[in-house]
Structures are given as structure tokens and as C-alpha cells.
Design a protein around this ligand. Structure first.
Ligand SMILES: Nc1ncnc2c1ncn2[C@@H]1O[C@H](COP(=O)(O)OP(=O)(O)OP(=O)(O)O)[C@@H](O)[C@H]1O
Ligand SMILES: [Mg+2]
Length: 272
């Protein structure tokens, strides 16, 4: 769908071809052809139930598609050990957050990422690991939360600790499913700033961010995909993709998209 000029498949950090996911007799994702190339930062938007989280679960290797093929960081799913691949993929979602033991401290949640595990019991961590965990927490504005249990954190703090956890593992592909959900305005803007800073770096090579609100799109994200009814309604460069027309059609309500520099906003349009 977004073939670059003379690009080779090796330059794709994520490659979905003809991907479909069938659940309860229904295709919740269908005919997904989507390629994310190294260096690209993608936004995924679409109405509730459009299939955004399912798409990210497939990309993270946690969910096998019913049809089609998926390559992550050049490795075709099924041909390689998914556990090995998962170490190189950072994935933040509410569902994954729910699996984190609430008794772990924020530091332990982050440290356990070193082994792509959700609990730290089976590992021993050295000074360097602890230093990196503290740096990852600090990078997400979580300094001071290190010794708090995950269960005692607010939803916004949990999101930030989860992102810090993925950064600890230095992922080559970073998948964020609604990371700004539950954040207050100040925290959201701080997160947008941090994600913009991350987007400017060479690593992670690929970043995909699912969001409901165009206001949450960090500067530096140059591509977007719009999902509707399990299909890609539009995908490509962010400007033309996140147009008022495309989004009005996808959401089924008249919308007006405004762009202010590298930031976006959308509000309903009164067409009566
Ligand atoms: N295991 C399942 N069995 C049946 N239906 C499912 C299953 N998982 C997801 N679905 C359905 O698939 C559709 C897509 O779900 P998904 O969570 O990917 O949507 P989403 O775009 O992330 O929505 P939201 O914006 O609400 O987070 C929804 O209608 C959901 O109810
Ligand atoms: Mg979702």
C-alpha cells in the first residue's frame, strides 16, 4: 500500500499482506495490506470497534491472523520463534497492562522488560539494569514512582510506566495502543512531547500509535491509517489521509480537521 521508491522488503519493519482476523463468525479485520518502513511513524485512527487494537495485536505477534501473512522486523510470523521477536517489539496496550501483577513496583515492571516477561521473579538484575530502568522511568516522567506498586498508580501513571517498560528493552518496533487514554491535559501534552522526541530518534525504527483524538498526534508522525469496519479506509502520508472528508466518512459524522503546524484537531461540523 505504501511502497517506497525502489524499496526492498528488508526495509519494512512491519508488513501485513492480505491479513484477516475472524472472530465469532465475523471478519473483524479483512484484506489488510499495510507496510511500515524503517524510519516511519504511523498513526492509526478509526471508530470504536474498527479493529485498531486487533491490528496492533497482530503486529505485536500476540495474535495470529486467520488469513494472510505478517512479517515483523523482516521475520515472517510462523517461521521464527515469536518469543525471540517479541523482545524486539515494544507493545503497550490496556489489555497487556491488565496482565501486570499489581503488587510489582514500577521499577520491577520496567526491569522485567529486559526478559520480555511480565514478572521479574526468575531473573536477577544488576546495577546497569537498574540504572537503565531508572533512566526509562525518568524519560517518561515517572521519577518518584519507582517504589510504588503498579496497582496503586493512576491510569495515566500506569500508561507512562508501561511505556517506560517498553523503552527499557530498546525496541526496534514500538506499538502504542491509546497511550494517552486517561491522561489529563497536562500529562497528555507532556506525553505528546516525549513521543515527539522519540519520533525524532533513529530508534525505534518504526512507531505505530493508535489514538482516538487527533490532538494526541505527536509532531514527527508522518503517516496515518484510517480503519473502518475492519478495513483500511485510507492510508499514506498523514496530511491527505487525515482529511475532513476521509474522517467524516469513516466515523459517519461530518467532521472538520484543522492542522496547526504539526498538530491536528478535529471537531464536528454543523452541516444542517
Ligand atoms: N475475541 C473476540 N471475539 C469476538 N469479537 C471480537 C473479539 N475481539 C474483538 N472483537 C470485536 O472485533 C471488533 C474490533 O475490536 P478492536 O478491539 O480491535 O476495536 P478497536 O478499533 O480497537 O476499538 P476501540 O476504539 O473501542 O478500542 C469489535 O467489534 C470487537 O467487539
Ligand atoms: Mg482498541
Amino acid at each position: 500500500m505504501n511502497e517506497g521508491l525502489g524499496g526492498s522488503p528488508a526495509a519494512d519493519v512491519l508488513r501485513l499482506d492480505g491479513v484477516g482476523v475472524r472472530r465469532a463468525g465475523r471478519w473483524i479485520l479483512a484484506e489488510i495490506d499495510w507496510h511500515v518502513r524503517a524510519g516511519e511513524r504511523w498513526i492509526v485512527v478509526g471508530p470504536n470497534g474498527a479493529g485498531k487494537s486487533t491490528l496492533l495485536a497482530v503486529a505485536s505477534t500476540y495474535l495470529w491472523p486467520t488469513s494472510g501473512s505478517v512479517s515483523v522486523l523482516g521475520a515472517r510470523i510462523g517461521a521464527v520463534d515469536a518469543r525471540e521477536l517479541r523482545r524486539r517489539v515494544g507493545y503497550v496496550s490496556a489489555a497487556l497492562g491488565d496482565q501486570i501483577d499489581e503488587r510489582l513496583t514500577a521499577s520491577e515492571v520496567v526491569l522485567s522488560a529486559r526478559d520480555a516477561a511480565l514478572a521479574p521473579w526468575w531473573s536477577t538484575y544488576g546495577t546497569e539494569d537498574r540504572r537503565r530502568a531508572a533512566a526509562a522511568l525518568d524519560r517518561m516522567g515517572c521519577a518518584g514512582l519507582e517504589d510504588r506498586t503498579f496497582g496503586s498508580l493512576s491510569s495515566g501513571e500506569r500508561q507512562r510506566v508501561q511505556i517506560a517498560r517498553t523503552l527499557m528493552a530498546e525496541p526496534e518496533l514500538l506499538l502504542l495502543d491509546e497511550p494517552a487514554a486517561g491522561l489529563d491535559l497536562g500529562a497528555r501534552e507532556a506525553l505528546v512531547g516525549r513521543l515527539a522526541a522519540l519520533a525524532r530518534k533513529a530508534s525505534p525504527a518504526g512507531i505505530v500509535l493508535v489514538t482516538h483524538h487527533l490532538e494526541e498526534i505527536p509532531p514527527g508522525f508522518g503517516h496515518a491509517a484510517v480503519l473502518a469496519g475492519g478495513r483500511i479506509a485510507a492510508a499514506g502520508l498523514i496530511g491527505p489521509t487525515l482529511s475532513s472528508d476521509v474522517l467524516s466518512k469513516a466515523y459517519g459524522v461530518p467532521l472538520s480537521v484543522t492542522r496547526m503546524g504539526e498538530r491536528f484537531a478535529a471537531i464536528g461540523r454543523d452541516d444542517r
